[in-house]
Ligand binder design. Structure first.
Ligand code: SF4
Ligand code: FES
Length: 257
C-alpha cells in the first residue's frame, strides 16, 4: 500500500505546530499503525530528518501509552481498538491519513503526537491508597464478592488510562476515566472505607487540572478502546453527590473515613 500522511509536527511545548505531508510507501496491510510509522521514521532518519515523535510501549493494547487522532477519531476508525492494535488493512491503498495529537488543555503537546498526560497520574494519586487494616494476607475467597459486582469492577478496571475519552469529548472532560478508576474500587468491599473521600478528592483534582464538564455527549465511550460505559459516569455522579452531602470534613481532608 502507498499512503499519504498529513502529520502534526511540533518541536516542543512552546513552539507552534503545523501539518507536514509524508509518503508512506510499500506498507504491508498486516503492519500495525505504529509499525507503519516506524517505516516512515526510518525513511526520515535516513534522510537526516527529525523522526515523528509518538508515544508507545506495550504495543498490545494494555499500557495506554499510544494514542493518535487518526482522521479525526482518537485511536482511529476501528471500535474498541488502540492505535497500536490498529492494522493497515483498515485503510485502502492511496488513502490520505491525518494524524494529530490528543487535543485538550489539560494534555499539552510535548512534541509532535506526544502529549503530557501526567494530569491523569495526579488524579490517580489524589485518590490515595486503600487503607483497610488487613493483618496477614487473607485467603483469596475470605471476602465474598457478588458475581455482578466482581464483573462490574473488572469492566471498570479495564481502563488503560489512554486519554482517548478526553480527546473525543467536545468539552475535553475526563469523567469517563475518573468514573472507571473510582468504580473499579467502589464495587469491591475493600474499596468501601475511602469510597466517599476518594470520589471527592479525585473529582476536585480533575477540576484543578482543567478538564471540562461532562454534558453527556457519549463520545468518550464511543472512542474508548476498552468500551468503558456511560453508566460508570452516572455512578460517579451519585458517589460524588452523596459524598458532598454526607462526608465528614476530616475525611475530605484525607482521613481514614
Ligand atoms: S476510559 Fe477508555 S478512553 Fe478513557 S482513559 Fe480509560 S481506556 Fe482510555
Ligand atoms: S502501546 Fe500500549 S496500549 Fe498501545
Amino acid at each position: 500500500m502507498n499512503l499519504k500522511l498529513h502529520v502534526w509536527r511540533q518541536k516542543n511545548a512552546q513552539s507552534d505546530g503545523r501539518f507536514v505531508s509524508y509518503d508512506a510507501k510499500a506498507i504491508s496491510p498486516d503492519m500495525s499503525f505504529l509499525e507503519m510509522l516506524d517505516v516512515v521514521n526510518e525513511t526520515l532518519v535516513h534522510a537526516g530528518e527529525d523522526p515523528i515523535a509518538f508515544d508507545h510501549d506495550c504495543r498490545e493494547g494494555i499500557c495506554g501509552m499510544c494514542g493518535v487522532v487518526v482522521n479525526g477519531t482518537p485511536h482511529g476508525p476501528r471500535k474498541a481498538t488502540t492505535t497500536c492494535q490498529l492494522h493497515m488493512r483498515s485503510f485502502r491503498d492511496g488513502d490520505e491519513i491525518v494524524l494529530e495529537p490528543w487535543r485538550a488543555k489539560a494534555f499539552p503537546v510535548l512534541k509532535d503526537l506526544i502529549v503530557d498526560r501526567s494530569a491523569f497520574d495526579r488524579i490517580m494519586a489524589s485518590g490515595g491508597f486503600v487503607s483497610v487494616p488487613t493483618g496477614s494476607a487473607p485467603d483469596g475467597n475470605d471476602i465474598p464478592v457478588a458475581k455482578r459486582d466482581a464483573d462490574l469492577a473488572m469492566d471498570a478496571a479495564a481502563c488503560i488510562g489512554c486519554g482517548a475519552c478526553v480527546a473525543a469529548c467536545p468539552n475535553a472532560s475526563a469523567m469517563l476515566f475518573v468514573a472507571a478508576k473510582i468504580s473499579h474500587l467502589g464495587y469491591l468491599p475493600q474499596g468501601q472505607p475511602e469510597r466517599a473521600s476518594r470520589a471527592l478528592k479525585m473529582v476536585e483534582q480533575m477540576d484543578r487540572e482543567g478538564f471540562g464538564t461532562c454534558t453527556n455527549h457519549g463520545e468518550c465511550s464511543n472512542a474508548c478502546p476498552k468500551e468503558i460505559r456511560q453508566e460508570f459516569i452516572a455512578r460517579l455522579n451519585r458517589d460524588y453527590l452523596k459524598a458532598s452531602l454526607f462526608e465528614r470534613p476530616e475525611s475530605k481532608a484525607g482521613g481514614n473515613g
